[in-house]
Design a protein around this ligand. Structure first.
Ligand SMILES: [Zn+2]
Length: 453
C-alpha cells in the first residue's frame, strides 16, 4: 500500500472531461491507482504519509501516451534498401521475404526495442498488430517481451491467409490456414486476455487487411471477437490503391465492406482510414468505430492526409499510432502528436488544429479507441499511467506555453514514465530492462536477418 506523491509540476494536464490544466500541479497514487489530483498546496497534507515524493518543478505532467497501432516486429527492418522510396504495396512486397526469416528470438528482440523507444517517448500503453508467424513464432513471444518491459499491452492476433496464388498480395510462404488462425486466436484469448479494469494485457482479433485475408475470415473473426468479448482491429482505406482493390475485388468501398462483415462498432478500431469519404466518416461516427491515425506513416508512404479534422468534428473516436517502424521509421509517440497537428495544418490552415488537440489524441483519444475508460486521463480512481516531461531541456527550453510546447517543441524523451504506478523510465533511462541488453539482442537479430537476406 505504498503512497507516492508527485508535486510542483508547472502544469498537470489532466485530460479530464473539463480538460483541466493545473498550475503547480500534484498527484498522488497508491497501488497503481490515482487517489488525488490538485494543486501542490491542496495535496500538501499527503506529503507526510507518502512513501516517496517526486519533485516535478520545470516539468509538465500528462497522462501516459497511448499508441493504437504498431507492428513491433518491424522494428528490425527500418530504412531497408528497396523499401525506402516505394508506396504501400511495393513496400510490402519488398519486406515479406525478409519477415519470413524471423525466429521467436527476433520477435522478442524487436518488440523490446520498439517498446523501449515508445516508453522513452512517454508511452504507457501500446497495441501491437502482429500478423507474421514463420518458424515457431507465436504471439506469446511479443507478449512476454511486453510483460518484461511493464508497459500496458494490447496484443492483437493478426493473420494473413490469401497468398499470391489466390490473388492476394503476400507470398504463399507467409500465409496460414484459416482454421489454424482461428484456433490459435481462441488459445491466446483464453490464455492471456484480461477484461478487468486496470488490465495490463488484453488480446484482440486482427486479420491483417482486406487484401490479405478472405471475406470469410473477416466475418469469422468478427463473430469470434464478439463471442469472446474482445476487440477487433485491421487496416482500412490506407491509400488509393487500397480503395481501388476494394472496388475491384469486392465491388464496394472499404467502409461498406467493413459494415457488411460486422466490422463497425465501439469494439472495432481501424488503422489509417486516410481515404474515408464523407459517408464513411458518418458511418464511423454513428457506430462509434475507432480510428488509429498514423500521420508519419501516411507521410512516409505517400498515402495521403487522413481527414482527422472532419472525423473529430463528426464524433469519430480517433487515437494516434506510430505504425510499424518499417513505415515510419521512427517510433517516437510524442513526435507523432506533433506530426498529426502539422499534417492537418498543411491541409487546412494554421488555425484548424491546436497542439492541445493533438495531445488529447495521443492520450485520452487513444485510450478511448482501445476501449479503456480506466486510462488516458488523470483523475482519482483512474490508473496511475503518466509521463513527466522536463521542459527545461535543450529541445523545449524557451517555450512560454509549456503545454503547447510539448507538441510544438517536444522534448527528446520523457524524464519519468509510470505505468500502473510503477516506474518504467526514471531520469530519462529505462528501469525495467537494461538499455544495453535490449540493443545487443536487437543487433544479434539484425545481423542474422541481414545474413539470411
Ligand atoms: Zn500498420
Amino acid at each position: 500500500m505504498t503512497l507516492t506523491l508527485v508535486r510542483h509540476a508547472d502544469s498537470l494536464v489532466t485530460m479530464d472531461d473539463a480538460r483541466r490544466e493545473i498550475a503547480d500541479g500534484a498527484m498522488a497514487f497508491r497501488d497503481g491507482v490515482i487517489v488525488a489530483v490538485g494543486t501542490s498546496t491542496e495535496l500538501a497534507p499527503l506529503a507526510d504519509e507518502a512513501d516517496e515524493v517526486i519533485e516535478a518543478r520545470g516539468c509538465v505532467i500528462t497522462p501516459g501516451l497511448v499508441n493504437t497501432h504498431h507492428h513491433l516486429f518491424q522494428t528490425l527492418t527500418r530504412a531497408l534498401p528497396g523499401a525506402i522510396n516505394v508506396s504501400l504495396f511495393g513496400w510490402l512486397k519488398r519486406l515479406y521475404p525478409i519477415w519470413a526469416q524471423y525466429r521467436p528470438e527476433d520477435v522478442f528482440a524487436a518488440t523490446q526495442l520498439g517498446l523501449a523507444e515508445l516508453a522513452l517517448s512517454g508511452c504507457t500503453m501500446s497495441s501491437d498488430h502482429h500478423y507474421l508467424f514463420p518458424e515457431g513464432v507465436r504471439l506469446d513471444d511479443s507478449i512476454h517481451a511486453a510483460q518484461e518491459m511493464g508497459l500496458r499491452f494490447h496484443a492483437t492476433r493478426g493473420s494473413m491467409s490469401v497468398g499470391e496464388s489466390k490473388g492476394g498480395l503476400p507470398p504463399d510462404s507467409v500465409v496460414e490456414e484459416e482454421e489454424a488462425i482461428l484456433a490459435d486466436t481462441i488459445r491466446l484469448i483464453d490464455m492471456f486476455h484480461d477484461p478487468a479494469d486496470g488490465a495490463m494485457l488484453r488480446v484482440a482479433v486482427a486479420p491483417c487487411s482486406p487484401f490479405s485475408v478472405s471475406t470469410d475470415l473477416m466475418r469469422q473473426s468478427a463473430l469470434l471477437a464478439r463471442d469472446k468479448g474482445v476487440m477487433m482491429h485491421t487496416h482500412l482505406a490506407e491509400d488509393a490503391d487500397d480503395v481501388a482493390f476494394s472496388l475491384e475485388r469486392f465491388g464496394c468501398r472499404p467502409g461498406q465492406y467493413a459494415e457488411d462483415l460486422g466490422w463497425t462498432g465501439p469494439d472495432v478500431w481501424h488503422a489509417h482510414c486516410v481515404q474515408l469519404d464523407a459517408a464513411e466518416i458518418g458511418l464511423f461516427a454513428r457506430t462509434r468505430t475507432g480510428v488509429a491515425h498514423c500521420p508519419c506513416s501516411n507521410c512516409r508512404l505517400g498515402s495521403g492526409i487522413a481527414p482527422v479534422r472532419a472525423m473529430l468534428d463528426a464524433g469519430v473516436p480517433v487515437g494516434l499510432g506510430v505504425d510499424g517502424s518499417a513505415s515510419n521509421d521512427s517510433g517516437h509517440l510524442l513526435n507523432e502528436a506533433r506530426q498529426s497537428m502539422l499534417l492537418q495544418r498543411v491541409h487546412l490552415g494554421a488555425d484548424r488544429f491546436d497542439p492541445r488537440e493533438s495531445l488529447w489524441l495521443a492520450t485520452r483519444g487513444g485510450a478511448q479507441v482501445l476501449g479503456r475508460g480506466d486510462c488516458g486521463f488523470l483523475e482519482p480512481g483512474k490508473r496511475a499511467d503518466f509521463a513527466v516531461w522536463d521542459m527545461g531541456d535543450m529541445a523545449s527550453a524557451g517555450a512560454w506555453d509549456k503545454v503547447a510546447g510539448l507538441v510544438l517543441a517536444p522534448p527528446l524523451a520523457a524524464r519519468d514514465v509510470f505505468v500502473e504506478g510503477r516506474a518504467v523510465v526514471r531520469s530519462g533511462d529505462l528501469v525495467t530492462v537494461k538499455r544495453e541488453e535490449v540493443l545487443a539482442a536487437a543487433t544479434r537479430s539484425l545481423e542474422r536477418l541481414m545474413d539470411a537476406a
